[in-house]
Write a protein that binds this ligand. Structure first.
Ligand code: APR
Ligand code: ZN
Ligand code: ZN
Length: 375
């Protein structure tokens, strides 16, 4: 069923950087060929949205509809769309899966690059946009733009999911939770019995902890300068808790001393280059692996002494937890519905669309693990 109708609906529009989003009535054009229009039901609010809104994102373009942790229901489809139909429940994925490119064909990566060039410029794959407001065109964001009641996305960005998965919860699998769990299981392939340290206990770090617990890690150190995060870290499976501020020595030295030489695996879930270095240097000589998940500011660089790597430590990174979106996310949803993966515990608060700025404020103040906007 194709639609030729433009939909008028509400959206949180970011007119410019360094300003709050503004709740507006926008027009959403029908989906073109290989595109899908989705009625968004719920969306998480993430640091990446805030990062772009802050003006630091070198790819940031304005005015734009932000948002990338969304789930919803297909409203209509364009020509040539075969894998979803109106009424299907879906998650919008900022890493699509075309199934044909060299990245999709590789078992080693999830970084499908088919629409990367246009997605990074805030455009649909044909180089145009589907949103307008007050006569002005609005850019898309991360191929998802979930801060609107309706959005249009490329068909390869749409993950069909089972109907009984609660959209107001599984929307969070579109970003941080999948990123954390996947870094452990898919990127690092943490073995049972391993020792693990997690730097940063936000939604991402807490999901690394739950991934490490599922993998059967024997010890899971939770490291954060905010000891208020230790309770929830314990709930997710952490066994030891370290506040770097409580120590005068560099945190890597403290951790190596506490663990007879360091960890089998460490994960940086903050986005700071100094903690990236600390995480690498907290790895055990000979085999320890450190995974960078946090996103550092544009232009920043990491450093360590090369001897750290010569003596057997490995430095790697992970995006979206290495999960291939369309083919692999549905299994994570199955695990959530079986009670094996936790999402509900990470949702601190929900908001209506017109309180999207409050969700940003609560995230910045550190109150929220995750805030979810419900439409
Ligand atoms: N040492 C230890 N912990 C720190 C430090 C530090 N120097 N600085 C900040 N933290 C802690 C904060 O107290 C907070 O609990 O790191 C945690 C980060 O959590 P959030 O801000 O909620 O971030 P999250 O959503 O988990 O994302 C983490 O991953 O996707 C990326 O862009 C995202 O870079 C960010 C990272
Ligand atoms: Zn995100
Ligand atoms: Zn691909």
């Amino acid at each position: 069923m194709t639609s030729r109708e433009t939909i008028t609906c509400k959206a949180a529009v970011a007119w410019e950087a360094k300003a709050p989003v503004s709740i507006e009535t926008i027009e959403v054009a029908p989906p073109g060929p290989n595109e899908v229009r989705v009625k968004v039901v719920a969306t998480g609010v993430c640091h990446t949205d805030a990062y772009t809104l802050s003006g630091q994102d070198s790819e940031g373009v304005f005015p734009v509809v932000l948002g990338h942790e969304g789930a919803g229901v297909v409203e209509s489809i364009g020509e040539n769309v075969s894998h979803v139909a109106p009424g299907d429940h879906v998650i919008m994925a900022y890493i699509p899966e075309c199934g044909h490119c060299k990245f999709c064909k590789s078992t080693k990566t999830n970084l499908c690059s088919t629409i990367r060039a246009t997605q990074g410029k805030g455009l649909m794959p044909d180089g145009t946009v589907r949103f307008s407001c007050k006569g002005k065109k609005l850019f898309h964001y991360m191929g998802t733009s979930t801060f609107a009641e309706y959005t249009v996305v490329a068909d390869i960005s749409v993950v069909k999911i089972r109907d009984d998965a609660p959209l107001d919860k599984v929307c969070l699998l579109a970003c941080g939770i999948t990123t954390g769990i996947g870094a452990v299981r898919k990127s690092c392939k943490v073995e049972a019995g391993s020792s693990v340290a997690v730097f940063g206990l936000g939604g991402v770090g807490l999901s690394v902890i739950q991934g490490a617990k599922i993998a059967g890690a024997s010890t899971i150190y939770a490291v954060d300068v905010n000891p208020g995060k230790f309770d929830i870290a314990k709930q997710m499976g952490a066994t030891h808790f370290v506040n770097p501020k409580a120590h005068s020595e560099p945190i890597q030295k403290v951790l190596v001393g506490m663990t007879d030489g360091g960890f089998d695996y460490t994960f940086e879930c903050i986005g700071r280059t100094d903690t990236m270095r600390a995480a690498l240097e907290a790895c055990h000589k000979g085999w320890g692996e450190s995974c960078i998940i946090g996103v550092a500011g544009a232009g920043q660089e990491i450093s360590t002494r090369p001897f750290q790597l010569v003596t057997g430590r490995v430095w790697r990174g992970s995006a979206f937890g290495g999960y291939k979106s369309r083919s692999e996310l549905p299994t994570l949803i199955d695990e959530y519905l079986k009670g094996e993966v936790k999402i509900d515990e990470l949702i601190t608060k929900t908001y209506p669309l017109d309180k999207t700025n409050d969700a940003f404020d609560d995230m910045h103040s550190g109150k929220n693990i995750r805030g979810v906007v419900l439409y």
